[in-house]
Design a binder for this molecule. Structure first.
Ligand SMILES: N[C@@H](CCC(=O)N[C@@H](CS)C(=O)NCC(=O)O)C(=O)O
Length: 222
């Protein structure tokens, strides 16, 4: 039997958690290897050889080394896809379906995440480093997020999930940042969007998502 794939980086990091959710969804065996940020291990030569941007996650499967969480996620979902297609979270083999997954995955990466990330940095990272959050940046970002959520609410009136009536990577990819965001006071921005809230409740009820949420929270408090 080949050794389990390795994910380098702690589950507390959102981009690592994205990969872990995919591994859990397909029931793959994997190993998480911590990278010591305090010791700047992520900027050291060994890790730079795995991820030239000195970031996590990195991923290893035998001789293959990958970085970029969404690319790793796609690899994982293709490698472990079950023969009956029950975990075809990319809609591989379905030209139109896979294009829709790609489109909503781009929305997540290019429109949703930047807004949530900016709030996360201001609310959590800057105070942890001794700085003062910029309320204007928070206000602008929450406003941008509200505009994205309006689009989601309309899309979810047509389909149960963003890219159609079955869950896909496009939905799951929202999980890590949203998990942290829902613990912030700005989470009320979701309140006027009942379909988005129901979609989120549906995602967090998934066993894979619950497991990774617990891993993220354990690492944050540990
Ligand atoms: N687009 C990359 C982003 C990776 C990323 O920003 N990782 C963060 C942790 S969530 C990191 O390593 N930050 C440290 C740094 O940028 O120096 C991905 O999806 O993997």
């Amino acid at each position: 039997m080949s050794p389990p794939v390795r994910v380098l980086g702690s589950a507390a990091f959102t981009n690592v958690a994205r990969v872990l959710v995919c591994l859990e969804e397909v029931g793959a065996e994997y190993e998480v290897v911590d990278i010591d940020f305090h010791a700047k291990e992520h900027k050291g030569p060994d890790h730079l050889a795995r991820n030239p941007f000195g970031q996590v996650p990195a991923f290893q499967d035998g001789d293959l080394t990958l970085f970029q969480s969404r690319a790793i996620s796609r690899y994982v979902l293709r490698k472990y896809k079950t023969p009956d297609g029950s975990s075809n979270l990319l809609r591989d083999g379905d030209l139109e379906g896979s294009a829709l997954v790609d489109a909503w995955l781009d929305v997540e990466a290019l429109q949703y995440e930047p807004a949530v990330h900016a709030v996360f940095v201001q609310h959590r990272v800057i105070p942890a480093l001794g700085g003062t959050p910029d309320e204007r940046v928070i206000g602008d970002s929450v406003g941008k997020l509200r505009e994205v959520l309006e689009v989601y609410e309309a899309q979810l009136a047509k389909h149960r999930y963003l890219a159609g009536d079955a869950v896909s990577l496009a939905d799951l990819s929202h999980f890590p940042y949203t998990h942290y965001f829902m613990g912030m006071p700005y989470a009320t921005v979701f309140d006027p969007f009942p379909r988005v809230k129901a979609w989120w409740e549906d995602l967090v009820a998934r066993p894979a998502v619950r497991k990774v949420a617990a891993m993220m929270d354990a690492r944050r408090s540990g």
